[in-house]
Design a protein around this ligand. Sequence first.
Ligand SMILES: O=C(O)CCC(=O)C(=O)O
Ligand SMILES: [Fe+2]
Length: 323
Amino acid sequence: MGSDGSQLQIPRVDFRGLSPSSPAGERWGAACEQVMAALESFGCFEAVYDAVSPEIKDELFFRSMPELFALPTATKMANLSTGLPYSGYIGQIPGLAYESLRVGEAYIRENVEEFTSLMWPEGNPSFSNAIWTYAKHVRELEQMVERMILQSMGVEKYYDSHIESLEYGLRLSEYGVPFDQESKVALNSHLDSNTITIVCQYQIDGLEVQTRDGEWIHVVSQPNSFNVMVGESLGAWSNGRLQAPHHRVRVTGNETRYSIIFGSRPGDDAVVEVPKEQVDEEHPLRFRPYKYGDYMQYRFATEEGKNAKEPLQAFAGVGEKVA
Ligand SMILES: O=C(O)CCC(=O)C(=O)O
Ligand SMILES: [Fe+2]
C-alpha cells in the first residue's frame, strides 16, 4: 500500500487526427474504447494531442508563467475568488510553496483580456494569445472525451444538454521546491470535485495518481500529452461507474515546476443527476441529485465536509457503496 517508485504508467490514448466535428469512424471508436477502459480502471489517462503547438507551450511554461508568478503578491491576489470556493488566487498557505491563479472561461477572448489587464495593466499580448489558444484547443479535447464517455454509456443523446451545463476554468500553478524535503509533496493528495480535469506538465513532471489498490503512479508526460482525470461530479453522474482518482504533486528536483490545469465543472446551480439509463436492478442508484454549488459549500465551507474521508459519499451517497 502507498508504495513509491512504481514503474506503472497510466494508459495512453492517441487523439491525433481526431476531431470534435466528426465523432465517429474506426479510429474514433477505437480511441473511445481505450478512453473508457482507462477511466474505468484508473480514473485517468494520458491523451496524446497535437493541437496545442510547442510554441504555445514554450510561451506559457518558459516565459508567461515565470513572469506571472514573479508579479507582486498583491497583484496576484487581485485574481479574486468570486462565487464558489477556489475560483481565484490560491497561495500563502503555510508549509506549501504553491501558488495558483484562475482564468474563468478562458476560451472566450474578453475573459482572458480581463485577466491579463488585471495582472499587466500595460497589456501582455503574447500571454493573452497563448492562454486563449491553449484554452480553445484543450476545451475541444475535453469535449471529445465527454462525447466518448456519453457514447460508451449509451447516453449520447444528452451530450448537448450535458455540455451546456458545464463551465470551464483554467488554472496556472507554480510549485517551488517543497518545504517538506522528506516526502517532497508539493500539493497534498486530493480528489477534484469537478467534472473533468486536464493537467499539462511540460518537461518537469510531478503529478502522481493513486491506483485503486493504493499504489502511486508517477505520471511521465510527453511534450505533446495531456493528463485527463475524472472528477467527483462525473463519478456521481456515471453512478459510480467512473471514479475520481486521488492525486498529488511531488517536486523531487530543485527547479520550480509549472502546470496548467484545465477543468470543466457543472455551473453553481446545475444539478448533477444520474441519467435514468444508468440505473437498473444490477446498478441501483448510488447518488441522489445534488446542486454542484451546494456540494462545494458543503465540501469546502463546513467542518463536516472539510473533515469527511469521502465527502461526496457523505453528501449525496445513497444505497450501498460498492468498492
Ligand atoms: O499540478 C498538477 O499536476 C496537478 C494539480 C492539481 O491536482 C489541482 O490543481 O487540482
Ligand atoms: Fe487536482
